[in-house]
Design a protein around this ligand. Structure first.
Ligand code: PEP
Ligand code: MG
Length: 324
């Protein structure tokens, strides 16, 4: 079985009825990048940068970040690399003094893009490092915790200003660096129409979207049974985001943990998803499930999925839709 899976490294990610699906990888270390490349990921869909700020007392410099981002880009040999800007907060606190260490509601506090915009020098050092890496291969920038159009506009303005300055300094910077938003705050998902014209792509962060939508802390075991993507509200919102993105011809991926769960593959395909971003560890299993799936049949069954009224109904749909 391992050998059979291994053969899928170089096989296309195509459904039984001939539709190509994009499989991107989530990575947060050199090892993840190497493994993403080896498993035949089409690129990196989520390169988390928090690790550069954790377990140390000083902020990483622009130069240090640049070298790591450049090596990541080179490590993917021409496949696109999606670098997420810093997503620290009191819930993922660092020791450099950047993130607040105690907030009453850290998940609702100064985290993600809010933290970056509150520390323009830190944000600029990271964006400069990313833009410099774009001279070495295709790079995209992904912004976490977006709740409104203004945040995208603020990042976009900084990026264009920095690109001009970098070129004046003699650095090679890609002509265009696509900018994307994580859709993980319900406000951004519900009002997607209000900001979609400002982004080049979207990535749905279901880990946080589920937490915020169901008001269930993703790290609190006491509400662990409530924290689940198998809730009708989650499925309806996912379907709505995917449809809106498709109507605007904006690429959309799911990069939360559910994208790497082979059992969730038929459900996500039924909701219209054609781009997954997942940890390389389960990439081949997910590829196998996609190759065994009949997309037309799943999309037909999608209506029934959205009619399910509870978790048991959704679980039944999943059981009945698993590839034979
Ligand atoms: C998410 O929220 O789904 C996500 C991918 O980001 P993180 O787990 O880093 O918050
Ligand atoms: Mg998140």
């Amino acid at each position: 079985e391992q050998r059979e899976l291994g053969r899928l490294r170089s096989k296309p990610t195509r459904t039984r009825d001939g539709v190509d699906v994009t499989l991107l990888a989530n990575a947060e270390s050199h090892e993840d990048v190497a493994s993403a490349h080896a498993m035949g990921a089409h690129g990196l869909g989520l390169y988390r940068t928090e690790f550069l700020f954790l377990q140390r007392n000083e902020l990483p410099t622009e130069e240090e970040q640049f070298q790591i981002y450049r090596d990541t880009v080179l490590g993917m040999s021409g496949r696109p690399v999606t670098i997420r800007t810093l997503d620290l907060g009191a819930d993922k606190a660092d020791r450099t003094g950047l993130a607040l260490t105690s907030e009453e509601n850290p998940a609702l506090g100064l985290r993600g893009v809010r933290l970056s915009l509150a520390h323009p020098k830190v944000a600029d050092a990271q964006l400069r490092a990313i833009l410099r890496a774009s001279g070495y291969g295709p790079v995209r920038v992904l912004v976490p915790m977006v709740s409104a159009r203004e945040e995208i506009l603020a990042v976009k303005r900084r990026m264009s200003r920095l690109a001009v300055a970098l070129r004046a300094e003699g650095h090679a910077v890609a002509e265009q660096t696509p900018l994307g938003a994580m859709i993980e705050v319900p406000a951004a998902a519900i009002a997607l129409e209000t900001l979609i014209d400002q982004v080049d792509f979207l990535s749905i962060g279901t880990n946080d979207l589920v937490q915020y939508l169901l008001a269930a802390d993703r790290n609190n075991e006491a509400v662990g049974a409530l924290y689940s993507p198998l809730h009708p509200a989650v499925l309806r919102l996912l379907a709505q985001v995917i449809q809106t993105a498709q109507a605007h011809a904006t690429p959309v991926a799911v990069c939360g943990e559910i994208a790497g769960d082979p059992q969730m593959v038929p459900l996500l395909l039924a909701l219209g998803l054609t781009e997954f971003s997942l940890h390389p560890a389960t990439l081949l299993e997910v590829r196998r499930t996609i190759r065994d799936s009949d997309l037309r049949m799943l999309r037909q069954r999608g209506k029934k999925l959205l009619q399910a009224r509870d978790r048991r109904g959704i679980e039944r749909w999943i059981r009945e839709s698993a590839p034979a």
